[in-house]
Write a protein that binds this ligand. Structure first.
Ligand code: SF4
Ligand code: SF4
Length: 92
């Protein structure tokens, strides 16, 4: 299914304001990120580095929008607090 969405709504640190036509990248996934909110410092790096800009700002932490998250693991690699673990689909 094709779904357009705006970067601005998904990531407060993005300056992009053009509509992006995004495929259902969530269907590509074999693993998904799980954020440990106790470790998260709300720095926003995961959102900045996410190639599909699907780390949603929840006010005091970030959560992946699994409709779009393709499970690449870049957010987990870039997180300076090691607050993101990649878990297999179906494990949580
Ligand atoms: S990069 Fe890590 S510490 Fe920073 S907001 Fe994301 S999960 Fe939290
Ligand atoms: S695993 Fe990849 S696509 Fe999913 S939230 Fe992290 S950086 Fe974005």
């Amino acid at each position: 299914m094709l779904r357009p969405f705006q970067f601005k709504e998904e990531a407060g640190w993005s300056h992009a304001d053009q509509l992006l036509l995004c495929l259902d990248t969530g269907s590509w996934r074999t693993v998904h990120p799980v954020v440990d909110n106790d470790k998260c410092s709300y720095c926003g790096f995961c959102s900045l580095y996410c190639p599909v800009q699907c780390m949603a700002n929840k006010g005091d932490h970030f959560e992946p929008n699994l409709t779009y998250c393709k499970g690449c693991g870049i957010c987990a690699r870039e997180c300076p607090r090691k607050a993101i673990a990649m878990e297999k689909e179906g494990d949580s």
